[in-house]
Design a protein around this ligand. Sequence first.
Ligand code: TRP
Ligand code: SF4
Length: 327
Amino acid sequence: MKKKRILSGMQPSGRMHLGNLIGALQNWIKLQEEDECFFFVADWHAMSTNYENTKDIRENITQLLIDWFACGLDPEKSTIFIQSRVEEHALLYLLLSMITPVSWLERNPTYKEQITQIKNKDLSTYGFLGYPVLQSADILSYKANAVPVGIDQLPHLELTREIARRFNFLYNAKLVEPEPLLTNIPKLPGTDGRKMSKSYNNAIYLSDPQDVFENKVKNLITDPARVRRTDKGNPDVCTVFVFHKIYSSADEVNQIDKDCRGAGIGCTDCKKRLVERMKISMKPIWEKREALLSDPKKVMDIAEAGSAKAKKIAAETLNEVKEAIGI
Ligand code: TRP
Ligand code: SF4
């Protein structure tokens, strides 16, 4: 049977945090064992929301790649590339934009939400409105069958399918409608209990030095109703417990659940145990990060080689598309 083709991208907007790792990257790393995978750094997309400040983009690309490789994304198994190195995406984007009704873009819920919520950036550009058309070009260039994304990206996937259908109908083309691949991993909370996010200032980064990392874990918010050591706790409302469920064994999690409810364990000890578990899981990542940091050129070379591979496929699709249109 032919392998499924998977594609996904991430914006190079700062360092990766544990939320990105648990919520997205770990899933990619699993997928690369089974399927034919393409993963890319979406640098043009980062520019669409931040065109006034591009000075960090290049450094952020390298840092993101380092984090990917350190966590186990493997260029031997997946094609890893940089969006702006495959200019075919931009050509397909142009062609798709010709047939995409503006009303489809204006009614996109993710767009509407960001326009009303994000006040500190200028989002009134043509590029930002057309963001999902570029995303469609990213996906359709590879005839990807499935795209692992978070819930916020579902409208973009739906638009991609609609654009592909319309294009195929108009030109009798054979673009592939991709399925979204949602993970059922719950959102990782940040140190304050809200969703972990760079903009909330509550994130634990892969690049945090070990002492900063430990301090952040020790400062995770616990059951707020548990004031004294002798108070019984409720793990269901505790951020530390969410992390235990990810980093500790099932037996350990059950034990902590019992001990917390019976005031058999204190929060300080509970956190100490978590720190130990998390350190075991982070150690290989930290070590690999260190090694990669000393050779950023090698990291970029890998991504350039991946981009050359990706370009071949994107160029094939583009030729088919031009042929179908008749230009
Ligand atoms: N919009 C995605 C995000 O912000 C990134 C992205 C760009 C993407 N192109 C893509 C994801 C194509 C999946 C497929 O997370
Ligand atoms: Fe949370 Fe652990 Fe304290 Fe219970 S004992 S409230 S699970 S930190």
